[in-house]
Write a protein that binds this ligand. Structure first.
Ligand code: UD1
Ligand code: CA
Length: 463
């Protein structure tokens, strides 16, 4: 597929009432602009131009961070003045020097557009018979969208914006979706013909269809089978509506592949996450970024995972995890916090009110209650007693702790890093361990206990 894609993302997004770019707002953890860029990449567009303007730096930073591997394909072009969608395309054409070939133009606030639609659009103009095609839809409420005006034969005459509609035109149900395909030569030849003589004083890209038609070119529109693919986001309400649609589609697809949802309306799984069969998703589960969850797991309730890889038959109950790798048959929570760089090996257990950062918990090792483990490499079969923590931070540096296989850390042990505790070792409850503990040793760090006999009786007598 040889079409160039132009994605319009320079608008002010006034109706969002936000201090961020509209296209930076996320749907299921992923910025709206990335949904559109991903659709064009999936459609196979070899060259993608993103027009940035309002909050240009923020949008550029998102693109740069998200598409390092596709940097040669994606280019940002700045529209310094926002004079309308027609002007934005003019800026993109001038910056990129496009003079021919199919060009697909997409609004940046069209996150649920399908790659197949983009391919179909590009193919329509690729033959040279059609100069322009616009995607249309039949939404339940057309208010706010441009209306598709057809002639008696059903061919497209023009697109009229909501604010420019006569009452008759406002009654038209078929709306412009903001996805177009153009023959590049015709687009370049006529982009300068768009005027701003309209209710908003803007250069409207949809006017291009009537201009090309009047120039004797063939123009057309295709109505989307499912209007939900073509909804735009102008407000927080629409952002929530599209989030619900995307959530429903993703959860349906996962259920079709053998994932159980206790309630699919109460789980938010991002588009770049995979979940294996026979995994059960409990309510209030959120998965963002790139998560890969294996088979037969239990996830949730009250769980938020970001960039988590998890093997099979693991249970993540009331767990928050970011940039974490979890292997098989691991149990976490309730109330576990797994921070970046955590690696839980097979059958590890991280229990309640436990925080782990940048640490490896070995096979079958347990951190069951009220612990903080940071910058630690732990062997297999270790048991960490309740309330034990690694004191990994001396106020300046983060220091490492190592704990060997089958070691038993007594409750409320403070492991003052850097420190190495050997294998098959034991620390006595309440110890503050500042020196290395050899293999097989008991480390006791405790003052002798004093007994003051008859104390309570004497105290009461004094009162
Ligand atoms: C636009 C269409 C409307 C269509 C609707 C579909 C126009 C004039 N109208 O209206 O027919 O029904 O989308 O959702 O195109 N942008 C720029 N530069 C600008 C102005 C806008 O890059 O100068 C970008 C915006 O960031 C946005 C997109 O273009 O991603 C569409 O702009 P928006 O203001 O949202 O247009 P709508 O009023 O929704
Ligand atoms: Ca819009």
């Amino acid at each position: 597929m040889e079409a160039t894609a132009i994605i319009l993302a320079a608008g002010e997004g006034t109706r969002m009432k936000s201090s961020h770019a509209k296209v930076a707002h996320k749907i299921l953890g992923k910025p709206m602009i990335n949904w559109v860029v991903d659709a064009t990449l999936a459609a196979g567009c070899p060259h993608i131009i993103v027009v940035v303007g309002s909050h240009a730096d923020e949008v550029r930073a998102i693109i740069d961070a998200s598409y390092q591997d596709a940097a040669a394909t994606i280019e940002c072009v700045e529209q310094t003045e926002r004079l309308g969608t027609g002007h934005a395309v003019k800026v993109a054409l001038e910056a990129s020097g496009i003079v021919e070939g199919p060009v697909v133009v997409l609004n940046g606030d069209l996150p649920l557009i399908q790659p197949e639609t983009i391919e179909h659009f590009a193919a329509t103009v690729a033959t040279g018979e059609t100069a322009a095609a616009a995607l249309s839809m039949l939404p339940p409420d057309p208010f706010g969208y441009g209306r598709i005006v057809l002639d008696d034969t059903g061919s497209l005459v023009e697109i009229v914006e909501q604010k420019d509609c006569t009452p008759e035109q406002a009654a038209i149900q078929e709306c412009n979706a903001g996805c177009y395909a153009f023959d590049g030569a015709q687009l370049a030849a006529h982009i300068g013909d768009i005027t701003n003589d309209n209710a908003q004083g803007e250069y409207y890209l949809p006017d291009m269809l009537a201009i090309l038609r009047e120039a004797g070119q063939h123009v057309t529109s295709f109505c989307c089978d499912d209007y939900r693919d073509a909804l735009g986001v102008n407000s927080r309400t629409q952002l929530a509506e599209l989030t619900a649609i995307a959530r429903g589609r993703i959860n349906e697809a996962l259920m079709a592949e053998g994932v159980t949802f206790i309630d699919p309306s109460l789980a938010w799984i991002g588009p770049d996450c995979t979940v294996g069969r026979d995994t059960v998703i409990w309510p209030l589960t959120f998965m963002d970024g790139t998560c890969t969850i294996g088979e037969g797991c239990e996830v949730g309730p009250n769980t938020r995972l970001t960039n988590v890889t998890c093997g099979n038959n693991s249970s993540l109950n009331e767990t928050v995890a970011i940039d974490v790798v979890i292997e098989n048959e691991v149990t976490c929570g309730p109330r576990a916090y797994l921070r970046p760089g955590t690696h839980l090996l097979d059958r590890a257990h991280v229990g309640t009110h436990v925080e782990i950062k940048k640490s490896t918990i070995g096979e079958g090792s347990k951190v069951p209650h009220l612990s903080y483990i940071g910058d630690t490499t732990m062997g297999s079969g270790v048991n960490i007693g309740a309330g034990s923590i690694t004191c990994n931070y001396d106020g300046v540096h983060k220091n490492p702790t190592t704990i060997g296989d089958n070691t038993f850390i007594g409750s409320n042990t403070m492991m003052v890093a850097p420190v190495n505790i050997g294998s098959n070792a034991v620390t006595g409850a309440g110890g503050t361990i500042t020196k290395d503990v050899p293999d097989g040793a008991l480390a006791l760090e405790r003052t002798d206990q004093r007994i003051i006999a008859g104390y309570t009786e004497r105290k009461r007598a004094r009162q």
